[in-house]
Design a protein. Structure first.
Length: 112
């Protein structure tokens, strides 16, 4: 499958990993939008949040359970933001489910 995040997950494309286990990988975004910008992905291919079902969604709970540990390890003791862009209107550019973990600066709301 021609999916860049599957290739990052299986090591075909290199990345700067910050956390990895059997189910997920967290790595630094190539084009960081904050001092800390980590992408958290399931190792299995799920196209987007819109493709989540009762059968495959448990990995999301795992990713969020690990997110707080990754944030702490990155020194984000004053808060952070987790973002999922879903579909064209949501601004999704890579069609493999991922959550942005952003921190190290004060965030604005609402997003553009
Ligand atoms: P999206 O716009 O789909 O929510 O986020 C995709 C993110 O993936 C973007 O922030 C982009 O910078 C990042 N990205 C795209 N290709 C690569 C890559 O090959 N390596 C890494 N580390 N990040 C990537
Ligand atoms: Zn994929």
């Amino acid at each position: 499958m021609d999916c860049i995040f599957c290739k990052i997950a299986n090591g075909t494309i290199p990345s700067t990993k910050v956390y990895e286990d059997d189910l997920m990988l967290a790595f630094r975004d190539l084009d960081p939008q904050a001092p800390v910008h980590v992408l958290m992905i399931p190792k299995t291919h799920i196209a987007s949040a819109d493709a989540l079902t009762e059968e495959n969604a448990s990995v999301v709970a795992h990713i969020f359970a690990m997110a707080s540990k990754i944030a702490a390890a990155e020194g984000l003791h004053n808060g952070y933001r987790i973002v999922n862009n879903c579909g064209e209107d949501g601004g999704q550019t890579v069609q493999h489910l991922h959550f942005h973990l952003l921190g190290g600066r004060s965030m604005k709301w609402p997003p553009g």
